[in-house]
Design a protein around this ligand. Structure first.
Ligand SMILES: CC(C)(COP(=O)(O)OP(=O)(O)OC[C@H]1O[C@@H](n2cnc3c(N)ncnc32)[C@H](O)[C@@H]1OP(=O)(O)O)[C@@H](O)C(=O)NCCC(=O)NCCS
Length: 270
């Protein structure tokens, strides 16, 4: 790890939340329970200036993937923003992941614009992040309109960290007959009324159109606006059932699970 990124400790949580709060109060509120959970500071890093924490970044490791990571809360204190700290911090994190043989790094960004910004501010609080990620080589993989809220999209970007290009063509990965069953519907964290279905791999086969309709009715009863789902691209038959039940394909996170096994996203608006 670089000499200016330090592993985050539980004692750093308040200072880190103050950094996030300097940019956005709501984000600080949403970030807090994650940091306070057991292991919540694991793989998170802070950057200091004159002993004070001025930046935070880190990564999360999703299950069932080969060397894939998500960028976690990445913030520079508003008083120190636009001075190159964010680029320095992210470059160091990317180098650290490459040293660990990471293959893919993904990040979510919102296109939220604060309609009551401070004077001289355009209110587009994530515009610098989007610019920075793209200038570091991240490519936009999926844009989900109305994801976080009506009028607020989710933009998912991906960066290949492995130096070996993914040569595997879709057709080289055989489709697998898998069992997938739905367990519950849940409101997606950080969204207003966007839902997903929790699923497992118990049972004999994949869910039926009727199962999907039951889930959609449940979301309607909860006054959900939309359902967002994703499945590995090699799960046989999943896309046919979802499309028959009214879902649309909304994009693909390429090489998400492994080279040639993508994360196929589906959306149903209600
Ligand atoms: C994203 C963030 C961490 C970057 O930290 P930083 O120290 O300001 O970053 P840097 O100074 O290294 O780089 C900022 C870049 O954004 C550019 N930028 C600044 N404001 C911008 C805007 N409104 N639109 C587009 N680009 C902008 C700067 O010109 C600079 O690009 P350059 O290096 O090509 O000139 C910081 O802005 C932040 O905390 N933002 C709010 C939280 C956030 O969006 N986090 C990511 C959520 S996924």
């Amino acid at each position: 790890m670089s000499n200016f990124l330090e592993a985050m400790q539980a004692d750093d949580i308040d200072a880190v939340l103050a950094v996030i709060e300097s940019q956005d109060d709501d984000d600080a509120e949403q970030a807090e329970p994650g940091y306070r959970a057991i292991g919540g500071c694991l793989d998170q890093f802070v950057m200091r200036e004159n002993g004070e924490i001025i930046g935070v970044t880190g990564y999360l490791t999703p299950p069932a993937c080969d060397q894939t990571y998500w960028l976690s809360w990445t913030y520079v204190d508003a008083d120190y923003a636009n001075q190159g700290h964010g680029r320095k911090m992210l470059t160091a994190l990317i180098d650290h992941l490459k040293e660990k043989d990471a293959r893919m790094l993904f990040v979510n960004v919102s296109d939220y614009v604060d309609d009551d910004p401070e004077e001289g501010d355009d209110g587009a609080i994530y515009a610098a992040a989007l610019h920075l990620y793209q200038s570091l080589g991240f490519k936009i993989e999926i844009t989900h309109p109305d994801y976080y809220d009506k009028g607020e999209s989710q933009i998912v970007l991906g960066l290949r960290l492995s130096e070996t290009p993914a040569m595997i063509a879709n057709s080289d990965i055989p489709q697998e007959n898998v069992a997938v069953n739905f367990k519950a519907v849940y409101e997606i964290a950080d969204t207003d009324d966007a839902y997903s279905f929790a699923w497992g791999d118990e049972g004999e086969q994949i869910f039926s159109i009727e199962d999907v309709r039951i889930g959609l009715d449940d979301v309607r009863d909860k006054e959900g606006r939309a359902v967002f789902l994703s499945f590995p691209s090699n799960y046989a038959g999943v896309d046919q059932v979802l499309i028959a039940a009214g879902f649309k394909k909304s994009g693909v996170l390429h090489n998400y699970y492994d080279d040639g096994i993508h994360d196929q996203h589906f959306t149903h608006t209600l």
